[in-house]
Design a protein around this ligand. Structure first.
Ligand code: KIV
Ligand code: ZN
Length: 582
């Protein structure tokens, strides 16, 4: 019998255990990625205190990775969105590559859609006809970054360029840079800023990447007043962010005319570390960051600029980018890209400010309550709520979505929803009883409960429970001369039979308890009682909560809701009585 090689052990009863293990050749074909010899690296001790120059590459790198690229109208909408967010540099396409790209750029320029403080960027390979066409495309723009690139890594040299030598690859960069320099005067109305990328930088030998960059710098002769951009792409992530940071620090130390350059990062996300590589790259000395909204881009995507910017915000650093209405940004993005933002995407995902687990819900509720008190005493109190790195309101989220209820949830979460959503401020010792009942219900249903379902379940299980005992009517007579003494005359139903009862006490509840005692219905004592007006309700109802202890020692809460606060109290007591005798 042929045996599945993954089955490591089969029991005599026929159970087989499948154990998935990578095949040995899946490992032996890989090699460790070499570290950078930089023992005096300084980036690990840096702190990010200011924002980089941001450049969105959504309309180029992002667009080229879409299953269905954006139409011109969609690109125009996206461009306007990027401007609204606050980008001052926007790569608008590869105009020499396709007519749509060319025509889109012409519309931006000819229809005057580029604000004066926004610089467009265009990408082009270091090939003569493409470079010439690119200059035709930017003619008339106020300011444009012309971005040329050629691949430099040994893998690209060997495979894509059929074993091209280092010198021939460097020559491609030199020829391209020289032609660009010649063509700048052909667009006199346009201030041209120059950018060079050794594509696949992060797997290029550092000395060779440096040689190519320095060759281009020598041709373009930037000055501190007229800087050029050296973009160092992590085109494919092959290794860890610390090695990337070492490469950036090494380049920043060795590039010629460093004071005349903006060193730019362009990380992709193959290892899921695009954000980390960018953050460490900034610590290593880079000045500028290219990326996309929500990380759209080739394969696993480009760097997600939203995350890096909001990470900086969360450390108190202003970024110049406005993500305060992240939902509407996401809506435009999802419409024009036809992609969706995953539910766990940092800051932007549907679920990222939501706690399902009981202990997290409890801690968040405590944190928000405490913050309310601390802010009242000192409006400058720093943010500090467990499990929430930022205030969800900063990105346009309300607190409503923070706590959601499923079977993993706890008492605090249910109380939080009843409080924030429905205006019921349950006594703390009532939380476990209500919480348990409601998350048991979620467990039975096997799904999350909506806020309205939670309210309905609370009413069904705890509020105004009126069988077998019900209070139909009552009259309270305040005894003159005896402070607080009240006579309660009530009409009740017990097991379907109407009865008139009457009792005295130091308050309505107490008097009603004595009335029940007179009717032989008292086998409990009242151990706690609270009432309040229901917050935010359209009808001005009151809520009351009564805890009773049965003669056998068991404790139970009931709740009452009524326009009259006194009747709400009696109904709460009756509800507790009914629950006790259920
Ligand atoms: O990822 C990359 O290397 C690029 C370059 C063209 C900058 O997108
Ligand atoms: Zn890229």
């Amino acid at each position: 019998m042929l045996r599945d090689p993954r089955i490591l052990w089969a029991s005599p009863h026929g159970f087989a255990f499948l154990v998935f293990k990578m095949h040995p050749t899946s490992l032996s074909k890989y090699r460790p990625f070499p570290a950078v010899a930089l023992p005096d690296r300084t980036w690990p001790d840096q702190t990010l205190t200011h924002a980089p120059v941001w450049c969105s590459v959504d309309l180029r790198d992002g667009n080229q990775a879409l299953p269905q690229p954006m139409s011109i109208e969609e690109k125009l909408d996206f461009f306007d969105l990027l401007v609204r967010v606050g980008f001052k540099q926007i790569e608008v396409g590869f105009p020499s590559a396709a007519d749509t790209e060319f025509n889109f750029l012409r519309r931006l320029i000819d229809e005057n859609r580029i604000p004066d403080d926004v610089t467009i960027q265009v990408l082009v390979q270091t090939r003569e006809p493409l470079i010439r066409r690119t200059f035709e495309a930017i003619d008339g723009a106020k300011r444009a970054i012309v971005h040329i690139y050629n691949s430099t890594s040994p893998l690209q040299r060997r495979v894509t360029f059929s074993d091209a030598s280092r010198d021939s690859i460097k020559q491609i960069a030199i020829d391209g840079a020289t032609l660009v320099k010649q063509l700048v005067p052909s667009v006199p109305r346009t201030e041209v800023v120059l950018q060079y990328s050794p594509e696949s930088f992060s797997d290029t030998e550092l000395d060779f990447a440096l040689e190519c960059c320095n060759a281009v710098i020598d041709i373009w002769q930037p000055t501190p007043e007229r800087k050029m951009i050296i973009n160092l792409p992590d085109t494919v992530q092959w290794t860890t962010p610390n090695v990337h940071a070492d490469m950036i620090e090494w380049m920043c130390r060795h590039l010629s005319r460093r004071d005349s350059l903006l060193v730019s990062l362009h990380t992709h996300n193959d290892r899921g570390t695009g954000v980390a590589a960018t953050e460490l790259g900034l610590m290593a000395g880079a000045d500028r960051v290219e990326g996309t909204l929500f990380g759209n881009g080739e394969r696993t995507g480009n760097l997600d600029i939203v995350t890096v910017a909001l990470n900086l915000n969360s450390h108190g650093v202003a970024t110049g980018l406005d993500f305060s209405d992240l939902q509407s940004i996401r809506t435009v993005y999802e419409r024009v890209t036809r992609l969706s933002v995953p539910e766990r995407q940092p800051y932007a995902g549907e679920l990222v400010f939501t706690a399902f687990s009981g202990s997290h819900q409890d801690a968040i509720k405590k944190g928000l309550d405490r913050r309310g008190r601390e802010l009242a005493a000192d409006p400058a109190t720093p943010w500090g709520v467990p499990y929430l790195t930022i205030d969800p309101q900063d990105v346009g989220r309300s607190y409503e979505a923070i706590i959601r209820i499923n079977s993993q949830s706890g008492k605090g979460g249910v109380a939080y929803i009843l409080d924030r959503e429905h205006g019921f401020d349950l006594p703390k010792s009532m939380h476990p009883q209500v919480g348990k009942r409601i998350y048991d219900l979620a467990d039975e249903l096997g799904r999350e409960l909506s806020n309205d379902e939670i309210r309905d379940a609370f009413f069904e299980e705890f509020v105004n429970i009126a069988t077998p005992l019900d209070v139909i009517d009552y009259e309270l007579i305040h005894q003159t001369g005896e402070r607080g003494l009240v006579q309660c005359k009530a009409s009740i139903l017990i097991d379907g039979e109407k009865k008139a009862i009457e009792g005295h006490g130091n308050g309505p509840i107490n008097a009603f308890v004595h009335a029940l005692e007179g009717a032989g219905l008292k086998d409990f004592k009242v151990t706690d009682y609270r009432s309040h007006a229901i917050r935010g309700g359209s009808d001005a109802n009151a809520a009351a909560y009564v805890q009773v202890q049965h003669d056998d020692g068991s404790l139970l809460w009931g709740a009452g809701v009524d326009p009259s606060i006194e009747m709400a109290g009696l109904k709460a007591l009756v509800a507790a009585w009914n629950l006790l005798h259920a």
